[in-house]
Design a protein around this ligand. Structure first.
Ligand code: SF4
Length: 450
């Protein structure tokens, strides 16, 4: 239709110059402080992703994060709950949003979604799912999590060897897949294998890789595989040449909303299809507490909790003090009464990982910590000691329900030593420090904390 195309082109030109419009055809500028959310390189309708740091974008570090700008412009109270914007209707891209508004084509996706009517103080509610992790968290146990990488070839041997090194020591295990876009076995299939071996796996799923259809399919697959924990993530920007097309048919808040909608209402939100036997996952999300300004991660956390998350895993904590301040606000806003918060604890033991550390999206490593690790004669001992010290301090912070160890290195045997600190099975004073004597190896490493 020439008339509609002409209007769409004129609109794209004018709004492109004024708002960096990306022509989604279902304009939400009035809800996003006149900043186009589609100008986020991941096209997130709700954000930011966990890759933002110091207000900058993960994909284009010289640019401001679109979603930090939107939060700054739309918070009426410092920590108010943001609106939940629906995922975009793909059939409206490159059409005129003015015409779509007039003829009502965008009415489903332009207006914000109503949050699900979830009860307050959900961490104290009776058990809702078949997840063992839920049982442990609701029993008040301080939980211990770690992660395994899904096999990158058609063989479980190495994966199972790693599992043997950590079994008996952890309450649940994340299964990472497609890290940086590198092909691997899918997380649900690796999670199924781990379930067969007796673990309580957490399947990781990213909106970078899935459409709405394949996401719901994965929820069904997990339920049928007896896997009852699902972690909804945005996903890092892909590496590789040529670059891979990233899906982003939805954002992580919408994933949580859809999965929780199915669990609560036995109905798929985006199709209306009713399910007699719906999947009922225990739902996880992630948050970067170090996104600034601080009201951004607090509002984002509130949104994820209201969208349906049951538990939250945080970005790696290298500095305890800023994390403590974040948790004070979490408790002040009573978010910890609705979701369990598990702190991410880095375990850096390999020189390769240490080299990569400053380039990990969303991770800010204080220079003194970096220097200490770089100067360590025995990096494994120093990384172990740093993780133990961090756990000890984090455990004292109100609102924390557990820790999630994030190993940067391939020797999983170190994880049981780290987690042993919770039971005081290991004594840090016996670690060798950088000078090779038996003083606490953490001495000075965390001096920024004091
Ligand atoms: S940091 Fe993430 S949310 Fe922010 S603009 Fe970049 S990709 Fe989008």
């Amino acid at each position: 239709m020439p008339f509609e195309k002409t209007i769409a082109r004129a609109e794209a030109f004018l709004k492109g110059m004024m708002f960096d419009c990306h022509t989604c055809g279902q304009c939400v500028l009035s809800q996003t402080g006149m900043v186009c959310p589609m100008s986020c390189p991941k096209g997130l309708r709700n954000g930011p992703c966990g890759g933002t740091l110091d207000g900058k974008c993960e994909v284009y570090p010289s640019k401001s994060c679109v979603w930090v700008r939107i939060h700054n412009r739309t918070s009426h109270e410092p920590y108010d709950l943001p609106k939940l914007i629906a995922s975009a209707d793909a059939s409206l891209y490159r059409t005129s949003s003015y015409l779509n508004l007039l003829n009502g084509k965008d009415s489903q996706t332009r207006k914000p979604l109503d949050y699900l009517d979830l009860p307050k103080q959900r961490t104290r509610q009776p058990i809702q799912t078949q997840s063992k992790l839920e049982q442990k968290l609701k029993s008040g146990q301080f939980v211990k999590l770690c992660e395994l990488r899904s096999p990158r070839e058609a063989n479980f041997e190495h994966f199972e060897e790693q599992w043997e090194l950590i079994r008996e020591h952890f309450d649940a295990v994340n299964i990472t897949a497609y890290l940086n876009g590198k092909p691997s076995l899918s997380s649900p299939l690796a999670a199924r294998r781990l379930r067969e071996l007796g673990a309580d796996p957490i399947c990781q799923t990213t909106c970078r890789d899935y459409t709405k259809t394949s996401f719901v399919a994965e929820l069904i697959e997990n339920q049928m595989n007896d896997v009852h924990n699902v972690l909804c993530l945005t996903g890092d920007s892909y590496a590789g040449t040529p670059k891979i097309k990233q899906v982003f048919d939805m954002d992580s808040s919408w994933m949580l909303y859809e999965a929780r909608h199915i669990r609560e209402h036995r109905q798929i939100a985006f199709t209306g299809q009713v399910m007699k036997n719906p999947p009922k996952p225990f739902l996880g999300a992630v948050i970067n507490p170090f996104t600034t300004p601080m009201n951004v991660p607090i509002r984002r956390l509130k949104q994820k909790a209201a969208a349906g998350a049951d538990f939250i895993q945080t970005q790696m904590v290298f500095e305890v003090e800023p994390f403590r301040r974040f948790m004070e606000l979490v408790c002040q806003e009573k978010i910890d009464e609705d979701v369990f918060i598990l702190a991410g604890v880095p375990v850096i033991i390999s020189p390769g990982a240490l080299k990569m550390l400053p380039h990990v999206p969303g991770v800010g490593v204080p220079p003194d910590v970096l220097e200490r690790l770089q100067n360590a004669k025995d990096l494994r001992a120093e990384g172990l000691a740093l993780a133990c010290q961090t756990i000890r301090e984090i455990r004292q912070i109100p609102g924390i329900s557990g820790v999630h160890l994030m190993l940067m290195g391939s020797d999983h045997s170190v994880l049981k030593d780290v987690i042993g600190v919770l039971d005081e099975e290991i004594e840090p004073s016996t670690f060798q420090n950088v000078a090779g004597d038996t003083q606490p190896a953490t001495q000075g490493v965390l001096s920024h904390v004091d």
